[in-house]
Design a protein around this ligand. Structure first.
Ligand code: C5P
Length: 240
């Protein structure tokens, strides 16, 4: 890593997916392995940052020298981010946050009911009622930061970096997300490629900048992608 260029900085990285409970034994989840987020955390540690890694359920061990807070749901992830955000210089949301959660998880395991018992056909459907989760990154966009600071010293600006896992229209979707969430950088990967995205050790990403510039990086180890991302975040910190 670029030795020490994050010394004294506090960075928050979210990683992995979220699990949204359906009942005590089932959840809605996604394929995120957490590898990209853990690589970002390790790279930041090696460059001297104080790292808080807020991790969804993943199969990875807690990296040495990194404070790890484990969460399951999107709401828990939001609460963990909010509790630590005041002192942070950078937030990188690499977590695949579930967009929806079951409105009311069942208190007991949901049983199958035979079609006959319900007087309906065997193929009858079962529906889950979902509600939208909070958008953690979007809710931290500028207006909220300003109101938060109204009666306080203006605090250091929080650099916010988002990820986008796309299966189609990568460029249009990424540009839209960067603008809608007012991000400093957005890293987009094509999760339909076998060498990119979930569970792989390599990633093929595009990095979108707020001024409209786009960088198309080659397939690289996730640790090298992490270094490339921090190389682009550090200049934002220099101006503070
Ligand atoms: O899900 P989406 O493609 O909009 O995710 C883009 C970025 O927003 C990611 O960095 C993700 O971690 C973040 N996000 C979030 N809260 C959500 C959904 C996504 O912070 N509820």
């Amino acid at each position: 890593g670029r030795s020490g260029d994050l010394a004294g900085r506090r960075v928050i990285i979210t990683a992995g997916g979220t699990h949204e409970p359906i009942d005590p034994v089932r959840y809605i989840g996604n394929r995120s392995s957490g590898k990209m987020g853990y690589s970002l955390a390790i790279e930041a540690r090696d460059r001297g940052a104080h790292v808080l890694l807020i991790s969804g359920p993943v199969a990875l061990p807690a990296p040495y020298g990194i404070e790890v807070q484990r969460v399951e749901t999107a709401v828990q992830m939001r609460d963990a981010v909010y509790s630590s955000i005041t002192d942070a210089d950078v937030l990188i949301m690499s977590a695949a946050v579930a967009d929806f959660r079951p409105a009311e998880p069942a208190a007991q395991k949901i049983k199958k009911v035979s079609g006959q018992a319900r007087g309906q056909s065997e193929t009858d459907a079962f529906s889950l009622h979902l509600v939208q989760n909070p958008d953690i990154l979007k809710d931290l966009a500028e207006p909220l930061q300003e109101s938060h600071n109204r009666n306080e010293q203006p605090r250091r600006r929080l650099i916010r970096v988002g990820f986008a896992a796309e299966t189609e229209d990568i460029i249009a979707n990424a540009r839209h997300k960067l603008a809608a969430k007012q991000l400093d950088l957005l890293v987009a990967n094509d999760v339909t490629r076998s060498d990119s995205g979930f569970a792989t050790d390599t990633n093929k990403v595009l990095i979108f900048h707020a001024d409209g510039a786009v960088e198309d990086l080659p397939v690289m180890a996730k640790s090298d992608v992490a270094a490339a991302i921090w190389d682009r975040v550090v200049p934002f910190l220099g101006t503070m």
